[in-house]
Design a protein around this ligand. Structure first.
Ligand SMILES: Cc1cc2nc3c(=O)[nH]c(=O)nc-3n(C[C@H](O)[C@H](O)[C@H](O)COP(=O)(O)OP(=O)(O)OC[C@H]3O[C@@H](n4cnc5c(N)ncnc54)[C@H](O)[C@@H]3O)c2cc1C
Length: 423
């Protein structure tokens, strides 16, 4: 049998069409199951973007992040002790695109137009979505403490790892031996419950080894140590006796920047280095979009999908959510929210049922010296009657004692979670 040129071309096109319909591998792009836009490339957003692509390769995912690189808050208190450099906590976003096909856009989302299912970027462009994931972390509310915003060049928070972490380290290095470092802790809930107490240990370790006549003063707005109380208290009394002082019920009312004074309800405390961790709220982009509907601070979500209880087709993750009882605002927990949400978004875009029994874990390590570490861990399951997450009975606990072995676990935890999000 012989073919004319025209017949041959017709035959080729027909074969290609049959191959496409029968599911044979062809070079054609598969039909998209939907478009997902993720706001924020932190522990929650980067994980969600990667896992949606892994579990739903037919879904288009665009991640919008305003920073060039990811810098980890976990382990950043060690920069203050001079044990590590910030660069060791910094990773790029390259593999999210190269390995997982996430479109990474370096820009800032300035508004969410939920009725049109689109977001507007600072650069002026617009992105359309079928499902939006909002993971902006927290905003630091310096304006809630009179005098703080005006003193922001001298009174640092360093509660977002970055330039402030390095600047606070410099203040500690410049402080004379015999000086006072005062750290204020806001009322819970705030980002990383054990974080301030770990910071006090890290600064105390630095002082003990370099400026032994100095003092660490913890001014806590809470009535007691919020996390790992027994273990932190033991570190302060055994390792840093006479150096660390803990004062509960010490809410910061105002700051006097010139004299580095923390004004409390009944006393004024003057410091040589004043480090204020201010109250926090879900990132501004969530507030402006009407997603903040709990205590004027946090975003209510459905714990099966992390869909907002305020706006349809919009999911909120990480520190920005109104957490369930005993669910900490941690990087580990943000990574777990992201996986439950990623699975739910993939299911919803394919018209499938979402998992009705999600299970979350959390582990938070804290360095009490340059090497010794303590942890708190918990498992959380969904309670369908109360529609919330609860700690599984018997599935939570803390270290028996600080150890170097846990120090190795903590460093491995960091490497693993950064790889899980970004590699
Ligand atoms: C000192 C310290 C120590 C900590 N230690 C631990 C620890 O040991 N273990 C642990 O699990 N957790 C720890 N945490 C807590 C952890 O850092 C947070 O819980 C975690 O970062 C929350 O993740 P997230 O994705 O919600 O927010 P983030 O990680 O803050 O990510 C939010 C991202 O969104 C971006 N973004 C915000 N708005 C926009 C916008 N409009 N457009 C584009 N991008 C935007 C931001 O640039 C940022 O990259 C610590 C925190 C601190 C401060």
């Amino acid at each position: 049998m012989t073919f004319s040129r025209r017949e041959f071309i017709k035959w080729l096109s027909a074969s290609a069409a049959i191959a496409g319909n029968s599911g044979c591998a062809t070079a054609t792009t598969p039909k998209s199951a939907g478009r997902v836009v993720v706001i924020g490339g932190g522990f929650a957003g980067a994980t969600a973007a990667k896992y949606i692509r892994m579990w739903g390769p037919d879904i288009e995912v665009t991640l919008v992040e305003r920073d060039q690189e990811f810098v980890s808050c976990p382990l950043s208190n060690r920069v203050l002790a001079g044990v590590i450099q910030l660069r060791e906590l910094t990773r790029d976003y390259g593999k999210l695109h190269a390995k997982h096909g996430v479109k990474v856009v370096r820009d800032e989302v300035v508004s969410i137009e939920a009725d049109r299912q689109e977001v507007k970027l600072a650069s002026g462009s617009t992105l359309q979505y079928d499902r939006l994931i909002v993971a902006p972390g927290v905003d630091i509310l310096a304006d809630e403490v009179p005098g703080l915003a005006a003193a922001s060049d001298r009174v640092l928070h360093a509660w977002k790892a970055g330039p402030q972490t390095v600047a606070l380290r410099k203040q500690l290095e410049a402080m004379p031996d015999g000086g006072v470092y005062a750290l204020t802790v806001p009322k819970a809930p705030y980002r990383c419950p054990p974080g301030p107490y770990e910071r006090a240990c890290q600064v105390a370790w630095y002082f003990k080894t370099h400026k032994p006549r100095s003092k660490v003063l913890i001014l806590d707005a809470n009535e007691d140590v919020v996390s790992k109380k027994g273990l932190f208290t033991k570190a302060w009394t055994d390792r840093y006796a006479g150096m660390v002082e803990y004062r509960p019920n010490s809410e910061l009312m105002a700051v006097e920047g010139g004299s580095l004074t923390a004004k409390l309800a009944f006393e004024d405390v003057k410091a040589d280095v004043l480090n204020v961790v201010p109250p926090q709220r879900a990132g501004k982009v969530a507030l402006d979009a009407g997603l903040v509907n709990a205590n004027n601070r946090w975003c209510g979500v459905d714990f099966l999908t992390y869909e907002s209880t305020a706006v349809k087709n919009v999911h909120v993750l990480g520190d920005a959510i109104m957490a369930a009882p005993q669910m900490p605002k941690s990087g580990h927990m943000a990574n777990q929210h992201a996986k439950v949400c990623a699975a739910a978004v993939v299911a919803l875009l394919h018209g499938e049922q979402v998992n009705s029994q999600p299970l979350l874990t959390n582990t938070c390590y804290s360095f009490v010296s340059d090497k010794d570490v303590i942890h708190v861990a918990s498992v959380h399951s969904y309670n369908p009657e109360k529609k919330t997450m609860e700690i599984v009975q018997g599935a939570s606990g803390v270290s028996a004692a600080a150890s170097e072995l846990e120090g190795q676990y903590a460093e491995a935890w960091g490497r693993n979670i950064w790889a899980d999000m970004l590699a």
